[in-house]
Design a protein around this ligand. Structure first.
Ligand code: SF4
Length: 97
């Protein structure tokens, strides 16, 4: 499991630090700080998952981990301009008095 903390969302309730004190601490103003690099070993997963679920502002996010045998992400191809669907309905502008 890998997590990330969005400190711009944190409202400083301190729930995360209560559930998983090894991974969250609170700064001088009571806002959460992620301890470590966000990689959570399996044995601590339940506590961190609880912190994630109980955070009232959803500031803790689980991020996907890529494994060496995962297929590469799809490349961003250029759009097929010959088959591009275009809406031909022009907007109607009308004056009302
Ligand atoms: S539980 Fe959420 S809002 Fe509360 S301190 Fe932790 S990250 Fe911030």
């Amino acid at each position: 499991m890998r997590i990330k903390l969005d400190r711009t969302l944190c409202d400083g309730f301190g729930i995360c630090a209560k559930h998983a004190p090894d991974y969250f601490s609170l700064d001088d103003w009571g806002y959460a700080v992620l301890v470590g690099d966000g990689v959570i070993p399996e044995q601590d997963r339940a506590a961190v998952q609880r912190a994630l679920l109980d955070c009232p502002v959803h500031a803790i996010l689980e991020i996907a981990e890529r494994r060496p045998d995962d297929p590469p992400p799809p490349s961003l191809a250029e759009p097929d301009l010959d088959n591009l669907r275009v809406d031909t309905g022009a907007a109607q502008w009308d004056m009302t008095r």
